[in-house]
Design a protein around this ligand. Sequence first.
Ligand SMILES: [Zn+2]
Length: 93
Amino acid sequence: MKVKKESTRTCISCRKSRTKVELVRFVRTPDSKIILDPSGKISGRGAYICLDEDCFNEMKKRKRLAKELNVEIDNERAVELEEQFNELVKKKR
Ligand SMILES: [Zn+2]
């Protein structure tokens, strides 16, 4: 039997496995909106990304979040998410 100390998730940008505290979660709500979920507790299809601007930029460039969650993200929403993400990065420092 495998012993797991901490559950990990894979960053959709760099594909590294990390523990949840190093990641931030995006969730697709039932009405097909993408929201940032710092608590990790909102139900819905989720995707994880490192709390790292490089990963965010890479994800944005390759539209990984939209692909991963199978939803369109308009520019306005993308800007909002980026602002919220940057806030979290700042808090983490
Ligand atoms: Zn990453």
